[in-house]
Design a protein around this ligand. Structure first.
Ligand code: GLU
Length: 468
């Protein structure tokens, strides 16, 4: 049975690297009909925060990566949390002490004042002011230890390069390298899939597996994500947190599509990750660093935004508005129509919102360019009055008829055709770049279009009066 885990430390926001790791684990579990487990690694008590944990879990959910297994505590179902498993770790620490594979080490300042087992009575295990007591794992020298990495092949190391290392800190909390081994063993993790930055930790973990007579899982270390300059991706290259991409209006499916390509040769650029797992093969994951390309991500988003099913894009848009605390206060049929006509011209949900905002607001301000170039011109009022008149008479308010009427008005020689169309466009939507004019008017509907034309007429009358 394949069992994999994503094990974030809740010491900060979820980043693209973390989500890529979660995604590849999810792919692997789905592909092999296995389980995808989340384990919160919160033993760094000072840096771990519940709010980060909640945000990480919420973002995984947003991304569509549901986990299969967790713990039920008084009816509250949640992921495994290392801080709730300290008793379990303690048992294995004692086992290592009893087997002579670990020992106490007492420091006073920088100086080691005792090393060995048992701990002399004069040192108390509780934290005391002038000495700190840790437990270290004893590393046997002159041994060659190895593990197989599914992406990189056999990795060997000589224990002469590894010093005895702390497994239990002076605050009685075990360290990451220790907890991870106990948990991966007890949770029956079959494959440890994580970032390349964890390769240096693996030898220590292998030593612990061996010392506790646990079988090793398979390991797979995913390639490093780097910026254009080939240094590890970080804030210096641009925003890297998932919440940023979410706020900017990236679709979860587009983001996960793009993240899939960071290391995996998926044979195509655009796909639905929820289907693509069938083709996932860890053997096609590269060991070479992979460059994070913001432009390509944006392009991927644009393609998904234009081509994904309208129901899904609608839901993405509503979720995005909620996330940004924007209330567009319109019915869903109308929102869908606005999305349909606007999405060919935008790349993100944020752009979609900004581009289509005036469909949802009837008290918008008129763009300055529209006022200067059109609204303040002598022919403007006549164009709008005729438009009101003719559109009011339209019984079937459909795109064909709207087009016919508008073209008719344009051919009356009141002004140029372009002036007629731009005047009407600005009058109903307040700006000069909008979705197609006929579609826009159809979506607004007869009543709303007339209302907006009249409002504009009123507004332009006032300007004219002011100017006199
Ligand atoms: N908690 C570690 C991290 O956030 C992951 C450890 C692992 O996957 O083994 O980097």
């Amino acid at each position: 049975m394949v069992r994999v885990r994503f094990a974030p430390s809740p010491t900060g926001n979820l980043h693209v690297g973390g989500l890529r790791t979660a995604l590849f684990n999810w792919y692997f579990a789905k592909k092999h009909d296995g389980k995808f487990i989340i384990r919160i690694e919160d033993t760094d008590l000072e840096r771990s925060k519940r709010e980060y944990e909640n945000a990480i879990l919420e973002e995984l959910k947003w991304a569509g990566l549901d986990y299969d297994e967790g713990v039920d505590k008084n009816g509250e179902y949640g992921p495994y949390r290392q801080s709730e498993r300290l008793d379990i770790y303690q048992k294995y620490i004692e086992q290592l002490l009893n087997d002579g594979k670990a020992y106490y080490c007492v420091y006073e300042g920088e100086e080691i004042v005792f090393e060995g087992n048992p701990l002399p009575n004069k040192y108390k295990l509780e934290r005391n002011a002038d000495s700190s007591i840790v437990i270290k794992f004893k590393v046997k020298k002159d041994e060659v230890i190895s593990f197989n990495d599914l992406i990189r092949g056999l990795i060997e190391f000589n224990t002469n390069y590894i010093e005895d290392f702390v497994i239990l800190r002076s605050n009685r909390i075990p360290v990451y390298n220790f907890c991870v081994v106990i948990d991966d063993y007890l949770m029956k993790i079959s494959h440890v899939i994580r970032g390349e930055d964890h390769i240096p930790n693996t030898p220590k973990q292998v030593l612990l597996y061996n010392a506790l007579s646990f079988n090793l899982p398979e390991f797979a270390h995913l390639p490093l994500i780097v910026g254009e300059d080939r240094t590890p991706l970080s804030k210096r290259h641009g925003e890297v947190s998932i919440s940023y991409f979410r706020k900017e209006g990236y679709l979860p499916k587009a983001l996960l599509n793009y993240l899939s390509l960071l290391g995996w040769n998926a044979n195509e650029q655009i796909f639905d990750f929820k289907e693509k797992f069938k083709e996932f093969d860890i053997k096609n994951v590269s060991k070479n660093p992979t460059v994070f390309d913001y432009n390509k991500l944006l392009w991927t988003n644009e393609v998904h935004l234009r081509n994904n099913h309208i129901d899904e894009v609608y839901q993405n848009f509503v979720d995005w508005c909620n996330y940004c605390k924007i209330d567009i206060n319109s019915d869903d049929v109308y929102i869908r129509k606005v999305i349909e006509i606007s999405r060919p011209k935008v790349r993100t949900l944020k752009e979609l919102y900004e581009f289509s905002l005036n469909f949802f607001k009837n008290d918008f301000e008129y763009e300055e360019e529209f006022v200067n170039k059109y609204m303040s011109k002598p022919w403007f009022e006549e164009v709008i009055k005729i438009s009101i008149n003719k559109l009011e008479k339209l019984d079937v308010f459909e795109i064909k008829n709207i087009e016919y009427v508008l073209k008719e008005i344009a051919s009356l020689n009141i002004t140029s055709k372009k002036n007629v169309f731009q005047s009407i466009r600005g009058a109903v939507l307040g700006k000069l770049v909008t979705p197609g004019l006929y579609e826009s008017i159809e979506v607004l509907g007869k009543e709303e279009t007339i209302k907006r034309l009249k409002r504009t007429l009123n507004f332009s009358n006032n300007i004219t009066k002011l100017n006199k």
